[in-house]
Design a protein around this ligand. Sequence first.
Ligand code: COA
Length: 186
Amino acid sequence: MAYPLVTGRLSIAPLAEEDAAAFARYRQQPEVARYQSWSTAFSEADAARLIAARPPGDLPGPGEWLQLGVRVRGGVQLLGDVAVHCVAEQPDTFELGVTFAGEHQGRGYATEALLAVLGGLFTEHGAHRVIARCDARNDAIAAVLRKGGLRKESREIEADWFKGEWTTLDTYALLAREWAPRATAT
Ligand SMILES: CC(C)(COP(=O)(O)OP(=O)(O)OC[C@H]1O[C@@H](n2cnc3c(N)ncnc32)[C@H](O)[C@@H]1OP(=O)(O)O)[C@@H](O)C(=O)NCCC(=O)NCCS
């Protein structure tokens, strides 16, 4: 994808070294970490390591993750990120995760950023299928994924031992042939 991806309100580009403090700060928020793989102990040093390990291209290679930072256009403050994972087991298949700082939620930014990244993956990169996996209790991401056009495809009941309890995982998905009519309709 050519960065920054620009939407009506947002600018989206890979996280850089100087984003480490802001990235760590919102990952430490309990409501942000609740259903995510990290804990509130995620430090600025953890953030710096993750950012430094960024894959070199404009998309992750098989098995890799790339964190795209989201800002208001023309702004410097980091609002959140869209994480892009290239699924190693299948060609042209990507997984996304969306995270916004608590104070920047509830404004439609997450949905706007998700739609931009979906557009880049399907239109510029010929993605075949994009998925997202989430805790079944995470209503906020479920709403964002549905607004992005993803379908709930499966539910794995109490399949994941996560943060001290068995949790149920939902998988959402969208195919290129489902995205194309949406893209031309807007
Ligand atoms: C998941 C997450 C990113 C969703 O963020 P969000 O801000 O709730 O999502 P949206 O961008 O859709 O914004 C939601 C609300 O903003 C409001 N809003 C305000 N101004 C708006 C605008 N200009 N345009 C659109 N919506 C707007 C709407 O009410 C919308 O809710 P509605 O569509 O139900 O009416 C956020 O809850 C989060 O970061 N959670 C923690 C991390 C996490 O668990 N991520 C999932 C990992 S897969």
